[in-house]
Design a protein around this ligand. Structure first.
Ligand code: CP
Length: 310
């Protein structure tokens, strides 16, 4: 399988055949992860730098494990403890790291567009691990993998993304990816957390959470990003939980066997009750497990890709 795309900057312009290749390849890597020795020599001799300018638990550890499972040499950079505190620019930092001969850069940054910029100033293959409120393509791919694994398909499924759409990079990547794979995507939340022009992307807007539960096969529940000013979009987290929180009572009232996803980290008692976050409908930790296999697939397909186009 040869990907058309050279980098993974987002899912906006990634073809359904590339998404299909990544998801299918991840199935094989998930089998590797279930063996007693969870390692293959596929990327032996390749060097990957995880360039994290923003905090992360899942994505960073998942990438690091994926790189190690593929036998790549893996190096972690985080702002804290680096020479960024001495005033070194992003460009100088990248050029110095590249001078040490690296092949791939996995980047997370608080500013949208940094992965794209990185492709202009470096020769490495670039993978976006989350840029500002723009995209988080590997999260959307692992979400799609997890839905497909559980429900057997993506085409024709009805998937609703619930909550803080306005501040979410996960939402945009899920919209682009799921639509490319033939799913019907909607969003649900208070008007203050839904961008006014979201309908232009072909998604239905729902403001009533009960309607969202009744109409959909899958709810992808997003974290309310209190650190990105979401707090100003509603009177209190208690009020948000009352009207939009996923609770046992709400699920029982709507009597619907809907699959619940959450990219993490969770605000327990805000977008989802603790009981539901650990309950039978959710696959939150399965998403995390699948994330390693999906990232192995992405690293393998981009790291062994031939040709210069895209
Ligand atoms: N889902 C996600 O991106 O989590 P982290 O911020 O912990 O990487």
């Amino acid at each position: 399988m040869q990907l058309k795309t050279k980098h993974l900057l987002g899912l906006e312009n990634v073809s359904s055949s590339d998404i299909q290749s990544i998801l299918d390849t991840a199935v094989s890597f998930k089998q590797v992860l279930e063996r007693p020795i969870k390692k293959v020599p596929t990327l032996q001799g390749k060097t990957v730098v995880n360039l994290f300018y923003e905090n992360s638990t899942r994505t960073r550890i998942s990438f690091e494990l994926a790189e190690k499972r593929l036998s790549a040499d893996s190096v972690n950079f985080s702002v804290s403890g680096s020479s960024v505190s001495k005033g070194e620019t992003f460009k100088d930092t990248v050029r110095n790291i590249e001078a040490m001969k690296v092949d791939m850069i996995v980047v997370r940054h608080g500013s949208a567009g940094v992965p794209q910029y990185l492709t202009k100033i470096s020769d490495s293959v670039v993978i976006n691990a989350g840029d500002g409120i723009h995209e988080h393509p590997t999260q959307a791919l692992l979400d799609m993998y997890s839905i497909r694994e559980k429900l057997g398909k993506l085409e024709g499924l009805k998937v609703c993304i619930v909550g803080d759409i306005a501040h979410s990079r996960v939402a945009l990547s899920n919209i682009f990816g799921l639509q490319a794979m033939g799913a019907e995507v909607s969003v649900c939340g208070p008007a203050t957390l839904i961008p006014r022009n979201i309908g232009d992307l072909g998604v239905k807007v729902i403001h009533n959470i009960d309607e969202a539960i009744q109409e959909n096969d899958v709810l992808n529940i997003l974290r309310i990003q209190l650190e990105r000013k979401a707090r100003a979009a509603f009177p209190s987290t208690r009020e948000y939980h009352k009207y939009y929180g996923i609770t046992k009572e709400r699920m029982e009232k709507n009597k619907k066997d809907v699959l619940l996803l959450h990219p993490g980290p969770i605000n327990r008692g805000v977008e989802i009750s603790s009981e539901m976050a650990d309950g039978e409908h959710q696959i939150i930790l399965e998403q995390v497990t699948n994330g390693v296999a999906v990232r192995m697939a992405i690293l393998y397909l981009l790291g062994t890709r031939q040709g210069e186009d895209n």
